[in-house]
Design a protein around this ligand. Sequence first.
Ligand SMILES: CC(C)(COP(=O)(O)OP(=O)(O)OC[C@H]1O[C@@H](n2cnc3c(N)ncnc32)[C@H](O)[C@@H]1OP(=O)(O)O)[C@@H](O)C(=O)NCCC(=O)NCCS
Length: 388
Amino acid sequence: MAQKPPITILPPSGGPPLAIVLSEATTPESRSRCFKLASTAFGKSLTPDQYVEREAQLDQHPLTRDGGWRFWYLAAADEPEHVLAMCKTMHRDLLVRDARGGGAARREQGYCIASVVTDAAYRGLGLAPVLLKNVAEWMDGPGGATASILYSDIGEFYVSKGWDLLPALQSTLSVPSTLPQPPPPLPQTRPLTDADLPALCARDIDNLTQQFSQQQQQQQPSSDDDDHHHHHHTLATVLPTADIISWQQQRADYMSAAALGDGQKEAPLPEVKGSVCESAGAWVYWYHDVAARRLMIQRVVQLRDDQNEALARLFLDALEEAARWGLAGVVAWNPSAEVRGAMEWVAGECGIEVLHEKREVTEVPCIRWRNGEKRQATVTSVEFYGWS
Ligand SMILES: CC(C)(COP(=O)(O)OP(=O)(O)OC[C@H]1O[C@@H](n2cnc3c(N)ncnc32)[C@H](O)[C@@H]1OP(=O)(O)O)[C@@H](O)C(=O)NCCC(=O)NCCS
């Protein structure tokens, strides 16, 4: 991106104006400076060196290499090596259906914005809003984005900046000290590993694409009935590609190694990345969040309805996996009614608790459409796999 002219920030407290420039970090040196700033806010369970090493490893992943993620930063115009604020944009494949294209589902470009951080000495000056505004201009223009999503750790702050909230419900099963044997009538499952991802994700995406195309195009009248304008309803989701699932898992592997290793020798790492019930066409991918002691369900796939027993078995498998690694909970984001039902059944069977709650402050998903357009939209499958 061409260097833009400096932007002048007038500190609210009345100090001297600050001239800043926006740049993309494309060199190893500038990226490393960005990673260092991000590690001050987000690398709490890693040392700064580990944080930099993790990001360097993820830089080689198919999702993020070759421009799949990009780093943006503000620096003082007269001190371009001092990163004052940064964020990154990460590639997302969107599936979108709206009035265009005869209502067929299309793949479109999306982004996840992550690691928004301002140097602690420069907070409160409005730098992060300036950064996000400029990055939004890039996404809307050269970045070709239909929409971008972020997961806010500062509650509904982004809503005040024009973002729309997405559903942020979650259900958590607490892991019991002893697990019951799965009752015999439940269907058989098998462990899922990295090697399963390409084929399973492709089936999932085919199924989602068909579902999107079959949905009746909904048109909803605008609130102003007089002008006869009709807004077209948009149906959209972040596609659960093999790249996105395995990227999170590579991240989890790094975090697990850091948490489980003793620095002397390599600890064994979780190899089972989910569970699949072939007979029911249902499976889950999961993410070991060792630091927070939770097994995150990345995605629940159900090719057919009415597979409650298969879902129950998959959640029993998840509980077993969580227990194996000393994790305290199994967490699913925005579970469907069937998934909630299965979790409740499992809870009853094991004599444990299931907690349904809304995340009000942490990891609150928000979406922004191109040019800040307000769309009547339903975003489906807002599960953990989309998170960064
Ligand atoms: C959040 C953060 C990026 C804001 O950066 P900044 O350059 O200081 O931006 P500003 O001071 O102009 O703050 C922007 C807005 O964020 C609000 N804000 C800052 N920290 C906040 C917090 N913890 N909770 C809620 N709102 C917050 C400010 O009130 C301000 O709102 P306003 O524009 O309506 O006045 C910065 O505080 C930071 O780096 N925090 C640690 C990392 C983090 O939490 N990142 C967000 C992850 S989504």
